[in-house]
Design a binder for this molecule. Structure first.
Ligand SMILES: CC(=O)CC(=O)SCCNC(=O)CCNC(=O)[C@H](O)C(C)(C)COP(=O)(O)OP(=O)(O)OC[C@H]1O[C@@H](n2cnc3c(N)ncnc32)[C@H](O)[C@@H]1OP(=O)(O)O
Ligand SMILES: NC(=O)C1=CN([C@@H]2O[C@H](COP(=O)(O)OP(=O)(O)OC[C@H]3O[C@@H](n4cnc5c(N)ncnc54)[C@H](OP(=O)(O)O)[C@@H]3O)[C@@H](O)[C@H]2O)C=CC1
Length: 294
């Protein structure tokens, strides 16, 4: 498979990342087949994609006719069978190893033999995920950043068995999407999250130990370190469930106490307060503007 052969892209999981990947893939001219277990999530994803495309149109980055053409390329379904003609399938379901492995076991027999399978996992071993597929040579990590339409980077991760042609095709596809790639070896949480998530976890410890409030921690890092979002705002944006899953992969995979997930992060996830997508995390998103909860 080369970039010339890639016409149709399948996406599994229509959450914030799946919808963003569908957005940029359709704008770049690929046919998109989006699958989720939840029909409401598929409907919400299409609405989000439309809203974000209109946002780009209002800035003059794309035209109204580009939107109509791109939206016309996106099909959605609850059936993995709809991915049978895709040249590349990108899995962007919940950050849970068993959910991902179950998806791969089910989708592999349905895919064309030559098709490439990628995971957008934030942290989980690509080699371990590849081992449950029927195509470890045609499997790799394609890690987009959130929000996908505006973040420039895609981390590319080869598993131990990933073939050079697979890596080259996905690198070329990344560039066709208008993104820049950076290559990471297959270690827990790769590059971006190996560095970013311990900082976010430390911000939660800073809150937990009473060093600062939500507002003072975020203001300190925005104005003191020039971060576009404070670490707690960013944690809510990523999803506290995803943050905890990544910290747990780092903690288990590197066996170092410096990666211990903060108990307050665990408590928020256990409460179902997983951030912006659930309406509450370190901020409450019920009103006009987010309100700090501590
Ligand atoms: C967890 C993982 O595995 C890996 C990860 O992804 S880690 C998370 C990585 N992401 C980050 O760190 C994001 C940090 N935050 C930021 O960079 C900024 O806050 C932000 C770009 C998200 C928003 O910036 P902002 O200045 O507060 O908002 P705003 O002015 O509304 O938006 C900036 C631009 O992005 C666009 N934009 C924002 N969100 C968008 C979206 N979802 N879709 C499309 N465009 C979007 C806006 O239209 C605007 O465009 P222009 O520059 O053309 O005006
Ligand atoms: N959030 C972020 O900033 C980033 C996340 N990622 C990674 O992207 C992936 C998705 O994250 P994100 O979009 O934030 O998560 P979301 O929670 O927003 O979306 C995940 C979606 O996957 C669906 N899903 C769960 N199980 C299945 C299944 N078996 N088949 C199909 N769909 C399924 C969920 O449905 P339901 O809600 O019904 O369970 C949900 O709609 C994760 O691996 C994450 O680590 C990568 C980069 C950045």
């Amino acid at each position: 498979m080369t970039i010339q052969d890639i016409k149709s892209v399948g996406i599994i999981g229509a959450g914030q990342m799946g919808s963003g990947i569908a957005h940029v893939s359709s704008i770049a001219g690929f046919d998109v087949h989006m699958v989720d277990v939840n029909q409401d999530q598929l409907d919400a994803a299409l609405a989000t994609i439309k809203k974000n495309m209109q946002r780009q149109a209002s800035k003059g980055k794309i035209s109204e006719s580009d939107i109509a053409t791109a939206l016309g390329r996106i099909k959605s379904s609850q059936q993995l069978e709809s991915l049978s003609d895709c040249d590349v399938v990108i899995e962007a379901a919940t950050e849970n190893e068993e959910i991902k492995k179950d998806i791969f076991r089910k989708v592999c027999p349905l895919m064309k033999p030559e098709a490439i399978l990628c995971s957008n996992t934030s942290s989980i071993s690509i080699t371990r995920l590849a081992a449950v597929t029927s195509r470890p040579g045609q499997f790799m990590g394609m890690h987009f950043m959130n929000p996908v339409p505006i973040m420039q980077l895609v981390e590319l991760i080869r598993g131990i068995a990933t073939e050079p042609d697979t890596y080259q095709a996905i690198k070329d596809m990344t560039h066709k999407l208008g993104k820049t790639s950076a290559s990471s070896e297959d270690f827990p949480a790769f590059i971006v999250n190996r560095i970013l998530l311990p900082m976010i976890n430390e911000a939660v410890y800073t809150l937990y130990e009473g060093v600062g409030t939500v507002d003072s921690i975020d203001t300190a890092m925005k104005l003191g370190a020039n971060h576009p979002m404070g670490p707690l705002e960013l944690a809510d944006f990523i999803g506290l469930d995803t943050c905890l899953a990544i910290m747990s992969v780092l903690y288990d995979g590197l066996a170092d106490t410096k990666y211990r997930p903060c108990p307050l992060l665990v408590k928020y996830v256990e409460a179902g307060w997983v951030g912006k997508k659930s309406g509450r995390g370190f901020y409450d998103y019920g009103g006009e503007t987010p309100v700090p909860t501590r």
